[in-house]
Design a protein around this ligand. Sequence first.
Ligand code: ATP
Ligand code: MG
Length: 237
Amino acid sequence: MSALPEAGPARSVVMLDDVTKTYAQGSLAVQALRGVSMEIGAGEYVALMGPSGSGKSTLMNILGCLDVLSTGRYLLDGDDVANLDEDALAEIRNTRIGFVFQQFNLLPSLPAWRNVELPLFYAGVPAPERKRRALDALARVGLADRVDHRPGELSGGQQQRVAVARALVSDPAIVLADEPTGNLDSTSTEDVLALIDDLHSAGRTIILITHEADVAARAERVLHVRDGRLTDGGGVR
Ligand SMILES: Nc1ncnc2c1ncn2[C@@H]1O[C@H](COP(=O)(O)OP(=O)(O)OP(=O)(O)O)[C@@H](O)[C@H]1O
Ligand SMILES: [Mg+2]
């Protein structure tokens, strides 16, 4: 008999069970998610595709603990997110999840390295270590010579690379990217996708939203969102 542990199914990082999200809009209720169940294993690279308004960003915000679900259950690394208080959720956002957004979401008044160190600041990392890690992350995305530039002094592709550096500086297990190449030309798109491929190769779980089939093709699995539902089962075992 082998002394190695039996190879079971990959550990689930994300487990959603019949999740709904309803936004109150004045007297109207918008049902953005209508019962999403899905399971994503540690180290998987999953793309979410779907038409505008189908609920992709809503789903991403819930996965990233930026917003709360209305009904259903979300287990993140086995923990029921509903049982976590705001401090615990903030800690998850700052240490376990890296975010990349279509609009970059950089603070315009801060130089690149100050933007990149922010998650470490919120996580309570001391200043000298923050700076060292921010400079290191910027070097990894090829911006060692732009660390003092403000976002307005960088091209769109460079700004998104700063955002990728910010996403990886805390060494998160999960990277959530919402249309990360939506505002980029084809060269910068390739640069950013290659960086995301590297993060995946290094063992991180990647969940990427995109409209573009050729971007989704980089993922190991593609899930389709339509009218607040997954059309293809979500890989629930
Ligand atoms: N904060 C909010 N308040 C009210 N309704 C919202 C809110 N955010 C999203 N919605 C609604 O929820 C639905 C899903 O929106 P969501 O942003 O998740 O779509 P999406 O798939 O990301 O679209 P896109 O591809 O255009 O980014 C839409 O009908 C939208 O109008
Ligand atoms: Mg969206």
